[in-house]
Write a protein that binds this ligand. Structure first.
Ligand code: R5P
Length: 262
């Protein structure tokens, strides 16, 4: 791996623990002003210091994040569809690679929609992004999207998507946690982070999911709603950090959460 690529990867996956807590705040690119991130600046400000990486679109980055931040950015560069449109899967690349370089990002992220009519276009977009990423030493994160069909989140489907993304050259896969998650990990030769998905009923549900994912080999999380839709988002991200970086148990994480929320 060339120096620039390696250096950026080590800004994403922390070299001291081999893990990462990425904070996903890109939801507006297809969901609009989603609950608890209507004012993105207000949501991001208290949390950014606790995230190893922030994942916004360029619009939120430019308008809602201080350029003085020391938190590395993974930029969402795919989109073009909305939750009320015909097909969420009909995504393209929305942001020029030069723009990502200008914004001094640590990585770029794009969704692939395997098993949809737009599978080919999103996979070719991934390949194009990887070509550019290799040229400039910028890691590419492939997000194995499921669109509105959350039921698709099983090991067979996510394993297939993750492996294809890795074969096409991405440097990190973002997928969902699922039963038999170890099979997804086994079949994917690049590191995997998990998304949180829609907010779970209790904090403990989220802690158990993160702990299991780490135990089974995920290098971390790229989590949004289960952090910033929680009434105590800072307490939540601190607890998630303990799970990811310090091998805390779900009970330990709950203790941290209860203590931090005051
Ligand atoms: C995925 O494509 C979304 O844009 C989010 O980045 C992703 O789902 C992670 O956020 P959450 O933990 O809320 O699912």
């Amino acid at each position: 791996m060339q120096w620039g690529m390696q250096n950026r990867m080590s800004r994403i996956v922390q070299p001291d623990t081999g893990h990462t807590v990425m904070l996903a705040v890109d939801h507006g690119y297809f969901l609009g002003p989603t609950s608890c991130i209507e004012d993105a600046q207000k949501t991001i400000e208290p949390l950014i210091g606790y995230a190893d990486v922030l994942m916004p679109t360029r619009g939120v980055l430019r308008n809602c994040v201080s350029a003085k931040t020391q938190t590395p950015i993974v930029l969402r560069v795919s989109g073009g569809t909305s939750v009320i449109g015909e097909a969420l899967s009909n995504e393209g690349i929305t942001t020029a690679f030069e723009e990502a370089i200008r914004l001094n990002v640590a990585g770029v992220a794009l969704s692939i929609f395997v098993g949809t009519p737009h599978e080919r276009q999103t996979l070719l977009s991934l390949s194009e992004l990887v070509n550019q990423g290799e040229r400039y030493g910028i890691p590419v994160i492939a997000v194995t999207a499921v669109g509105k069909e959350l039921g698709k989140r099983d090991a067979r489907f996510l394993g297939l998507c993750s492996r294809i993304a890795a074969e096409l050259g991405c440097h990190l896969v973002k997928t969902y946690y699922c039963e038999e998650f170890e099979k997804v990990i086994e079949g994917c030769p690049v590191p995997i982070v998990i998304a949180g998905g829609p907010k779970l009923e209790t904090e403990m549900d989220a802690f158990r999911m993160v702990a299991d994912a780490i135990k089974k080999g995920a290098v971390g999380v790229d989590m949004g709603r289960n952090i910033w839709q929680n009434p105590h988002p800072v307490a939540m991200i601190k607890a998630v950090r303990a799970l990811v970086h310090e091998n805390a148990t779900p009970d330990g994480a709950l203790e941290i959460y209860m203590h931090e929320k005051g």
